[in-house]
Design a protein around this ligand. Sequence first.
Ligand code: FES
Length: 233
Amino acid sequence: MPETKYTTQIYLAVREHDVQEAGKAAALVYQDFLGRLRRTAPVVKGMRLEMDEPKPRKGDDGIFECWSNLKAVVPAELTTVDAENARDAWRSIVKTMFNYSCHHNHELVHHTSSRVEVTHEVLAADEAPVVTAPKEQKPKEMIPVKVMLGGKEFNVEIPKAENLLDGVNDKGVDVKWDCKNGVCDTCKVKVVEGMENLSPPTDAEESMLGDLIKQGYRLACQMVANGPCKIEQ
Ligand code: FES
């Protein structure tokens, strides 16, 4: 069965008083995360987390940062709703499950610094790369997004129909977030242009923002972009 090996970088920041407790907290979150991944994608093999460093590194304000690599062998037919190929499906599963784990362990995790990135993939035949790109390698349509952040303007392109917050964060534009579940409003942004190109407000946005939506405010974690837009945070 065709399959691809993926490496995903996990950046996890936990709030603790000392390195031992931070290590235990990180292990808890990782355990929760791996359990969710295994339940959600039982066909994925060889899932394992490798810590780059044996101990978390101390950051500011009692935050300990951990870096690790998630390795997995993903079958080519892995699918999720809205994913065009197995890579997108895996990426979406990993991100969603990581966010669930961070949210579930809310009191331990520093959300702004924690994220996952699929950093490396090796095709089954990596070992003998094919000349013709497989179907799942087809590039996605990209959408230009302008972000006004701290008085600066950033111009990035994100994949069409991708979650706007994830899309701009992946491009290094640090739009702030905390829960990714529509319950904190940390990711609130003002849509300056292109509201018509964004997905309609979700129930979570309606209840969190109310009339602010009419004034152009949205939750970046709750919307996808289907065309150009400009947002401000
Ligand atoms: S990150 Fe909490 S509502 Fe979007």
